[in-house]
Write a protein of this length. Sequence first.
Length: 281
Amino acid sequence: MTASNAHTAQKLAGLTGTVVLVGAGKMGSALLEGWLALGLAPKTIAVIEPQPTREIRALTERGLRLNPPSGAVGEVAAVVLAVKPQAAPEILPGLAPLVGAGTVVVSIMAGRTLQFLAGALPDAALVRAMPNTPAAIGRGITVAVANAQVSDRQHTLVDALLSAVGAVEWVADEAQMDAVTALSGSGPAYVFLLAEAMARAGATAGLPPALSATLARATVAGAGELLHRSPLDAATLRQNVTSPGGTTAAALEVLMATDGLEPLMTKAIAAATRRSRDLAG
């Protein structure tokens, strides 16, 4: 366990009350696995999921409560909403009995604002968060924003719950969440597309398609890991790979042209930001 994970585990060790996970799809299951890996006892967790996996059903033997009636949950420290945004209007009203004076509600539903959540759960302590899919391997990053009702203690608890699947950043301005969604929430798809494009380009240059796909995959994964581990910023790492007049410089001349990668990425993230705002209403 890393020092960061140990610190998170220490925060969760002092948890009093139940953590209720509403929705155990890919992201909800990733959070659940992260909590358990950090030592959160199954008996402190309740899962509301109409189609639980075999793994989740098996956890009931260790004390996890699956689809319990609201009266059987006890004091609820946190409710984590990991359902599809379109399901929210139907689900939120039924959660009101779980939300007590000391409960913090954490939503990872894309596009659903704090104001929307407060419409169904008035006066509740609310956090809106946007994780991304590398959370499935504990390497995600989540950005979160809290309303004024969230106490320091609740802020610490939510930070620990979200840290179970990767790094966490907090913003004060909820308006930034649309750009967050466009950059880090949707961002893994951009990286996967890069790997696809590199593989196709390598095949066009004469490599066997399978070898080209292997090289592209390993290169993107390795470069990402180097960026993760290195104290250097991305620009410096790029410069370190680029010899004047060499092959990398020849490729970067194309990618860094006025109509190259950066303006294209700027347009792409702007489009995703606009769509996030549209979905929020």
